[in-house]
Design a protein around this ligand. Structure first.
Ligand SMILES: CC(C)(COP(=O)(O)OP(=O)(O)OC[C@H]1O[C@@H](n2cnc3c(N)ncnc32)[C@H](O)[C@@H]1OP(=O)(O)O)[C@@H](O)C(=O)NCCC(=O)NCCS
Length: 165
């Protein structure tokens, strides 16, 4: 159980950040695809979510899943933060920050030195200690998702990277 304070509103919210369970899959699907429909992140199917469920962490507030984030190992020294989404009604409460911190901590514990994300929100990641890097500096294996993305050559995502150990 984790406690998080929103310093702007002086609210105290109690949030549980934990590994995802099978019963969370539909909530994860809804969170991600709510934003995917607005072209803000990549769509993920239920099959894809079930297949990768062990990579997901969720944030739970009052028994409801209000955020999700996946950490995918790419190589011996590189992991990717994917599918970070916070319920629109619960943004600006520190939930995204806690999910990213949990993912970077997980990478650190696994012994993975670098964590990156491809994002339309680089400012958010910069606040959390990530730095913008040239996408071309990331290994080719990173681009496996691009084949599934409708934007392909018109990719507008920015790569951000953090050294975690
Ligand atoms: C981006 C997103 C994950 C942020 O989640 P959140 O729970 O609102 O973020 P937090 O409340 O933890 O914010 C942490 C800090 O980042 C800031 N921040 C939040 N969203 C931001 C944004 N879009 N741009 C810049 N800074 C942002 C907050 O103001 C806060 O700053 P502070 O520490 O100085 O107070 C969430 O808005 C979201 O799910 N967006 C749609 C999907 C998306 O874009 N996902 C990222 C794709 S990789």
């Amino acid at each position: 159980m984790l406690i998080c304070v929103n310093p702007c509103r002086y609210n105290l919210i109690i949030m549980n950040v934990r590994s995802a369970k099978i019963s969370d899959a539909k909530a994860i699907y809804s969170l991600i695809n709510f934003y995917a429909e607005q072209d803000k992140m990549l769509f993920r199917s239920m099959a894809d979510i079930y297949k990768n469920l062990q990579a997901f962490t969720v944030a739970e507030l009052d028994g409801k899943v209000v955020g999700c984030c996946a950490l995918e190992i790419i190589w011996s020294d590189l992991a990717e933060i994917k599918s970070l989404a916070v319920d629109e009604a619960n943004t600006e409460k520190g939930i995204g920050k806690m999910l990213v911190s949990s993912a970077t901590e997980q990478a650190c514990q696994l012994g993975v030195q670098r964590v990156f994300a491809l994002t339309l929100k680089p400012d958010f990641f910069e606040k959390l200690g990530f730095e913008i890097v040239e996408k071309e500096k990331l290994p080719m294996k990173v681009w496996s998702d691009c084949a599934k993305c409708p934007k392909q050559q018109n990719c507008d995502e920015i790569a951000v990277l953090k050294i975690v150990s």
